[in-house]
Design a binder for this molecule. Structure first.
Ligand code: PMP
Length: 394
């Protein structure tokens, strides 16, 4: 991961005139700058002022189980899920986190921290899985849990363990597919990472209804820099442990970020579906769905023309939110080299594009993951450079 590296491509400023066409472009991370133009168009509608005497206390809602959750953020989250229809939030605890990255670790802790644990519980996810799961799971070498790889290959008997944690990421990063748990054995515990279950990426077919569901402001609206994520948690004891983890890890979550997220998420439900059919250009999900659909169309044209790569196809499904049949337009393109034995990452890197190789996701090197969420300038350079790749690359 190269978060310690300065973006080399103007990806933080989509309109940067200084983007140098001869520089390597960064399509490795899913930095969601694609949505910047929408928020710029909103002008001051979501601007907020916080004075020096505001929000000074550690506490946001001392009477709530999650005492560091700003009530306004809790309200915006429940309203938004109700409006979009992508998850059941009633009767669940909302746990806010510094990004869903912190909540993933809080959930691992909550599901594994029983006092009688003698060895680490196995954590699995179906390959290709989100490349951060192995790293986030193992970087502290916890005695509570350990990464055990591809859920399809998990053999709990061999592992000598009666239980396990499976992370289900749907739609999936990297390949955009809709996923369900695959191990399905008694003793298993599930974490559903639903970072991309929003209408701009995929048809909303049902309200998700799982024990632990993780969402993130980063991928919902593109405000990755605010570092806000939330978990919808059914079980009170699990929620308590997640809250304890965050208490010990960061004594809560920035109030400034929470208040900003509350305002912006609140704006989304203000002008959601009712206005969709009135062609109101204001609607965020309408805007971003069109944008991603357009990008996918252009990418598919390039891939069809140069005949070197394969992209996944996604089924047409009825979206309860837009009330239309649509296909998925995932946040990442899972690009496969047609020719066997090609190191696709190397090939693409040679054409000045940073992408993430398949091996990082538990897949073969003929795959790469390419961000579809870059700025317009970078995305256009990506299309140009991909078109320029010719065959015979061995
Ligand atoms: N889960 C998935 C599947 C993701 O793709 C990401 C972001 N790349 C995250 C979690 C983490 O998001 P956050 O910015 O909220 O930490």
């Amino acid at each position: 991961v190269v978060f310690n590296q300065k973006a080399s491509n103007g990806s933080t400023k989509s309109s940067s005139p200084s983007t140098n066409i001869s520089k390597t472009i960064n399509l490795d991370q899913g930095d969601p700058t694609v949505f910047e133009p929408y928020w710029r168009k909103m002008g001051d509608k979501c601007t907020m002022v916080i004075s020096a005497s505001d929000s000074m206390s550690y506490f946001s809602d001392a009477g709530n189980l999650c005492w560091f959750l700003e009530p306004k953020l809790g309200d915006s989250i429940r309203n938004l899920h109700h409006e979009i229809g992508n998850a059941k939030s009633n009767g669940r605890h909302i746990v806010v986190g510094t990004g869903s990255t912190q909540l993933y670790q809080a959930a691992l802790y909550a599901l594994s921290s029983s006092p009688d644990r003698t060895h680490p519980i196995s954590v699995v996810s179906a390959a290709p899985y989100y490349s951060q799961y192995p790293e986030e799971t193992d970087y502290l070498r916890s005695g509570l849990y350990k990464w055990a790889g591809d859920a399809y290959k998990f053999d709990k008997e061999e592992d000598g363990n009666t239980n396990y944690i499976e992370v289900v990421n749907s739609p999936s990063n990297p390949d955009g597919s809709i996923r369900e748990a695959v191990v399905k054995r008694t003793g298993g515990k599930l974490i559903h990472d639903l970072a991309y279950y929003w209408p701009q990426y995929t048809p909303i077919t049902r309200p998700a209804d799982h024990d632990i569901m993780l969402f993130t402001f980063s991928k919902c609206t593109g405000h990755a820099g605010s570092r806000i994520g939330w978990a919808l948690v059914k079980d009170t004891e699990v929620a308590k442990k997640m809250i304890k983890f965050i208490e010990l890890n960061s004594i809560g979550v920035s109030k400034e970020s929470q208040l900003r997220a509350a305002m912006i998420l609140g704006k989304l439900s203000d002008n959601s579906y009712q206005n969709l059919n009135s062609n109101k250009p204001d609607n965020f999900f309408e805007f971003s769905q069109c944008l991603l659909a357009e990008r996918w169309k252009k990418l598919r044209e390039v891939v069809k023309r140069n005949q070197l790569f394969i992209l996944p196809d996604y089924p047409l499904e009825y979206c309860n939110f837009t009330r239309k049949f649509t296909q998925s337009h995932p946040a990442f393109a899972w690009l496969q080299c047609k020719e066997e034995d090609v190191d696709c990452e190397k090939l693409i890197k040679a054409h000045k594009m940073m992408v993430r190789g398949g091996v990082r996701f538990g897949a073969e090197k003929k795959y790469v993951r390419v961000s579809m969420l870059s700025s317009e300038v970078v995305f256009n350079l990506f299309l140009q450079r991909l078109s320029a790749i010719k065959g015979n690359f061995n």
